[in-house]
Design a binder for this molecule. Structure first.
Ligand SMILES: [Fe+2]
Length: 193
């Protein structure tokens, strides 16, 4: 069973206000409830004998399983990497970004463009197949991820992430996010990979 992480709104979170934050947290908690429900249903379920790729109960459970679980994981990574006091990454992280993107500003402009181009998530990740950092685009929790990669910076660009506060001004939300990255958390993740 997966436990919910209790995220708190703090003064150093500037990208979203408390109302937007709390609405978003409710959505995250819904994903935790759903993956736990699916895990329970999938335990020794007799419907597995009728599994079918066109339509079946088992197919719906399997679609929901990765959608809900990635929804949990990506939201936790997102809420962890906003706020904080560190305004810029450390030299190790800047060096890694320079190595794969030419410069910090090149990485940043590519990440912003990736976010604008995405319907679900923009993720800076370490691609463990080609041994490099990439900014990748997910159109849904279960659509666009690299099977063998480690997430380092995660930005939620689903409309539910910003619409309450920013309406249709997605660009403003992305810009405010870029100024409110918790680099301490991101540098720690970078250090692992
Ligand atoms: Fe979200």
């Amino acid at each position: 069973m997966i436990e919910k992480i209790r995220f708190q709104y703090t003064d150093d979170i500037t990208v979203i206000n408390k109302q937007q934050f709390e609405a978003h947290i409710r959505l995250y908690e819904g994903y935790v409830d759903k993956i736990n429900e699916i895990d329970r249903i999938l335990t020794n379920n007799p419907e597995r004998d009728k599994a079918n790729a066109t339509f079946s109960f088992y197919r719906e459970c399997k679609r929901g399983e990765t959608y809900a679980l990635n929804g949990v994981i990506l939201h936790e990574l997102y809420f962890e990497n906003i706020g904080g006091k560190m305004k810029m990454p450390d030299q190790m992280t800047i060096g890694q970004l320079e190595m794969y993107f030419g410069s910090f500003n090149n990485w940043k402009s590519d990440f912003i463009a990736t976010a604008k181009a995405s319907r679900g998530w923009a993720v800076l990740c370490y691609d463990q197949r080609s041994y490099r950092l990439r900014n990748i685009s997910l159109d849904a929790h279960d659509l666009g991820n690299i099977a063998y990669s480690a997430p380092i910076l995660v930005l939620d660009v689903y409309e539910h992430a910003y619409f309450l506060q920013y309406a249709d001004n997605k660009t403003e939300y992305i810009n405010r996010f870029m100024d409110n990255i918790n680099w301490e958390v991101v540098c720690d993740r970078m250090g692992i990979y």
